[in-house]
Design a protein around this ligand. Sequence first.
Ligand code: UT7
Length: 338
Amino acid sequence: MSATKPQLASFRSIGAYVPEKILSNEDLEKMVDTTDEWITKRTGIKERHIADKDESTSDMGAKAAQKAIERAGLKAEDIDLVLCATVTPDYFNMPSTACIISDKIGIRNVQAFDISAACSGFVYALSVAKAFIESGMKKNVLVVGAEKFSSIVDYTDRSTCILFGDGAGAAVISATEKEDEAFVDVHASADGNYADFLVTPAPGSVNPVSQQVIDEGLNFVQMKGNETFKLAVKTLTKDVKEILEKNAIASDDIPHFIPHQANYRIIKAVGDALKMKEEQVVRTVHKYGNTSAASIPMAINDIWESGRLQKGELMLLDTFGGGLTWASALLPFAGESC
Ligand code: UT7
């Protein structure tokens, strides 16, 4: 009797949704004491997209998810697990945004839950999808990264409001027996010692909603920008070197290095430290800003839709965010080319 082949995880499709409204650097010049020149030089960001007032995180996530399912050649009923990475959920306690997305796209009676790892959320969710598939428990996992960051940004704080944008990306991770389609590796880690580097102090059990929360603006994101920047460059570089070394892959052999899109100076510093050529490094931060958990799937979608990402090509993902959390993944694109 021949042994059954183990079930492996493959990245089968990608989709994204970007809200229509654009907030440009010139718009921000009219709102806070800043300039297009400062923002461009310090971050590489020119504009970001902002969701409508009545457009929620799940609305954006559902639109991205529908595209990903369609592009995988599947139907809603084929999905057996829904994961949504977000730190701007529709509701801060319950229900989860994954449950709401499932309902909006007609996925019924299937396990669904959110993952909270800030900007690292999508890659964290990939590690969960991989584990569920390799254990044999699931076959087609929908992984969504969706953020309405504008809902937690203080548009009078120039140190944060210039950075963030809204949007969503989604992927279908499917079971395969083919080794050349399978994830090579995923690594995720955290250090809560730096929890105060990036924090939204309320609402939560520490600061339940109160007049004081509103008066002090504790519901808005706060960031130790410069400290986070330095740690991001160091951690991302180390993380990528480790995953490449562990899997005996040279940085030259990576056609698509897709880092978290927080700041072009971080992306450039990490790319340079790895001796990557400009064409290997994917950059979308200029047009979307930092969309947290949506940043990596939106970037993958961009290169797929523009025809740059072909079936079988290797992607190296690398991310860093609040928690602090970080994660990297090495995997081929196993879907059809655009
Ligand atoms: O996604 C999760 C991970 N996030 C990140 O990795 C983000 C990491 N941080 C950053 O991207 C950068 O630290 C920032 C873009 C947020 C800030 O850039 P920086 O080069 O680290 O600037 P800084 O915070 O050291 O501030 C330098 C100066 C300050 O003025 P003084 O004290 O030198 O007089 C700030 O007040 O720039 C000032 N500043 C601004 N000036 C014009 C801060 N924000 C602005 C602004 N426009 N929007």
